[in-house]
Design a protein around this ligand. Structure first.
Ligand code: NAP
Length: 252
């Protein structure tokens, strides 16, 4: 009988949690604990870090996890690297449920940068009205480009106001629509969008809206991750569960 640990914090993880619950598969969803009110889930939830790759390996052994599913965000690079190392150390099969990266289409005006410091550096120059679509994390780095008016969109209200001298904070949870994001960009007179190449449909709305309005996008490319088995459809994880042999060492 499988005992799945699902590393979550994404729409894909929630979709898989639903499928696992419907199938009656024993599974636990793990959140980092960044969001104050995470979505209610149909399977048991645990919250908080494991203490690095060693801590996760220990958790896998102690909780007798038979299958590890990494459905974290494509930018959660530390967690994903830890998952690869811990799965190897604990001899537990691992699969990643992820989303294909976005690619530009006709009409897109993208500039690529490799990371957050690259994005901050690219914002040197005249003051602009910027949609900083990064969620809560990494916003502080943009204090190094304080000349801009930043529009921010967070899932939760910020306990401490973002340290950007000129900003407007919107508290809203996705998925968003192209029509809604077009109104957002127009209403706030946005001249540039800064975002991570997260992939997925809900967060894509801002790109569709920027394309329609001819607004340039500063696209932060994905971090490199260790090699691993990846799928993009939660149903493919179910198929994998049916076939991936749990560790022979534990005899389960
Ligand atoms: P990260 O930098 O890769 O992870 C930092 C540390 O947070 C990890 O080493 C781990 O702590 C802990 N952690 C991360 N995900 C966890 C999980 N699902 N369960 C338990 N502990 C977890 O990750 P991040 O970018 O801060 O993302 C944190 C969470 O937010 C993830 O669940 C991710 O899916 C979600 N998220 C991230 C983004 C993004 O843009 N980065 C966007 C949307 C959602 P220990 O080392 O102590 O185990």
């Amino acid at each position: 009988m499988p005992n799945v640990l699902l590393l979550g914090g994404t729409t894909e993880a929630s979709a898989l949690a639903r499928l696992l619950a419907d199938r009656g598969v024993r599974a636990t969803l793990s959140y980092a604990g960044r969001t104050e009110k995470p979505r209610a889930q149909p399977i048991p939830v645990r919250v908080g870090g494991f203490g690095g790759a060693d801590g996760l390996a220990r958790f896998l052994r102690d909780a007798q996890v038979t299958h590890l599913v990494d459905a974290t965000h494509p930018f959660a690079a530390t967690m994903s690297a830890n998952a690869v190392a811990a799965a190897r150390a604990a001899d537990v099969p691992l699969i990643a449920l992820t989303r294909p990266a976005w690619t530009p289409v006709a009409g897109d005006r993208w500039t690529h940068v490799p990371d957050i410091p690259g994005a901050v550096a690219a914002l040197a120059g005249r003051p602009q009205r910027i949609l900083l679509a990064l969620g809560r994390m990494h916003v502080e780095a943009f204090a190094a480009a304080p000349q801009h008016h930043y529009v921010l969109r967070f899932v939760d209200a910020a306990a401490v106001p973002p340290a950007l001298p000129d900003h407007h904070l919107i508290v809203e949870r996705g998925p968003f629509t192209p029509e809604g994001d077009r109104t957002l960009l127009a209403t706030h007179g946005i001249e540039r969008v800064v975002c991570k190449n997260a992939g997925g449909t809900g967060a894509e709305a801002k790109l569709v809206a920027a394309r329609a309005l001819g607004i340039p996008v500063l696209m932060i490319d994905r971090p490199a991750l260790p090699a691993r088995v990846e799928v993009t459809d939660p149903h493919a994880v179910l198929a994998w569960l049916d076939h991936a042999a749990p560790s022979a060492k534990r005899g389960v």
